[in-house]
Ligand binder design. Structure first.
Ligand code: A3P
Length: 312
């Protein structure tokens, strides 16, 4: 794949952010921020991806529950092979389009995509504002979007960045992370614009976009698994099947598998497999954000979400 032309990058607004090396640049493309490496994959994906009507696309802002959603949807679609989740990390079962399929090293991505030959499952962090310009918008393919409380999303991201090599040299200060979150200058950010547009699509086209929150999944996983299976056209015959999938994908069960404890990194990203399974709780931000930071994010959430009729 060609490296992005310098003059193209130079034409884009740029901002510094922490990044996996402790120092990185983000470039703003159509209102959203990307590293050059990911932007390359995003552009290739938007230009070349041809959705099939049977495709399922799992969409999310980073750290909102992507790994969990991958596990659940993999198990729902591939019921006979659901135990693959014991020995394979969910990210190696369902590839992320801009990172694993349209990357400089797209090797095994297509063979890894789902065991069910009739249903390809992909993931993406690309905002709907960009997907809307592609065939994904008009295709019959289904999209499942997971979102999460903004403060827990931020804290999850802050910890995740702390598992990168750069953090050993220079940890990311929490104050800086809060500033970047509020400014929207994070990969695939701004968070609020990302969430709101998928929610809008979910409301307007519920047969196309299934919108679910991390908190709803936590609250009643089995019920959400049943709804997801119905949305995906794979309803369960027996109640116990949904329960079994909820249990297989439960955080504690997933975290104990050797493959998910591994300090190895996948070839497509510099974070260890173990970094996708940290705490898995709702409300962990209370242990890290002071009252001023909480107030600042809450004010922003009210401003961005409440006006759009979305409560968090
Ligand atoms: P925490 O950092 O709060 O623990 P993503 O998959 O989008 O990168 O999000 C990662 C977050 O989802 C992490 O949150 C991680 O622990 C949590 N997570 C991963 N698998 C999960 C599961 N099966 N159930 C609940 N949470 C899960």
């Amino acid at each position: 794949m060609a490296i992005l032309a310098d003059d193209f990058l130079l034409s884009l607004p740029k901002e510094e952010w922490y990044g996996p090396c402790g120092h990185d640049m983000l470039y703003q493309f159509k209102g959203f921020w990307f590293t050059p490496h990911i932007l390359e994959g995003v552009l290739q994906f938007l230009k070349n991806f041809k959705p099939l009507p049977t495709d399922v696309i799992l969409a999310s802002f980073p750290k909102t529950g992507t790994t969990w959603l991958k596990s659940l949807v993999f198990a729902i679609i591939n019921r006979a092979s659901k135990h693959s989740l014991i020995c394979t990390n969910p990210h190696d079962l369902i590839p992320t389009l801009e990172l694993q399929v349209y990357s400089s090293n797209p090797t095994a991505a297509h063979t890894l995509t789902s065991c069910d030959a009739n249903t390809r499952i992909f993931a993406t962090h690309v905002p709907y504002q960009l997907l809307a310009e592609t065939a994904i918008h008009s295709s019959q393919c289904r999209i499942v979007y997971v979102t999460r409380n903004p403060k827990d999303t931020l804290i999850s991201l802050w910890h995740y960045m702390g598992t990168s090599k750069g953090s050993l040299k220079k940890p990311w200060k929490i104050e800086e992370a809060v500033d970047k979150f509020c400014d929207g200058v994070l990969p695939d950010g701004p968070y609020y614009d990302h969430v709101l547009r998928f929610r809008k699509e979910g409301l307007e086209r519920p047969q196309k976009v299934f919108f679910v929150s991390y908190e709803d999944l936590k609250d009643d996983t089995k019920e959400q698994v049943k709804k997801l299976a119905e949305f995906l056209g794979r309803p369960f015959e027996k109640e116990e099947e949904a329960e079994e999938i909820a249990n297989i994908c439960d955080f504690r069960a997933m975290k104990q598998h050797e493959v998910n404890k591994s300090s190895d990194s996948p070839e497509w990203l510099e974070f260890p497999y173990s970094s996708y399974f940290r705490q898995g709780e709702v409300g962990d931000h209370k242990n890290y954000l002071d009252s001023e930071m909480i107030q600042r994010i809450d004010d922003m959430t009210k401003d961005k979400f409440y006006g759009a009729g979305f409560m968090y």
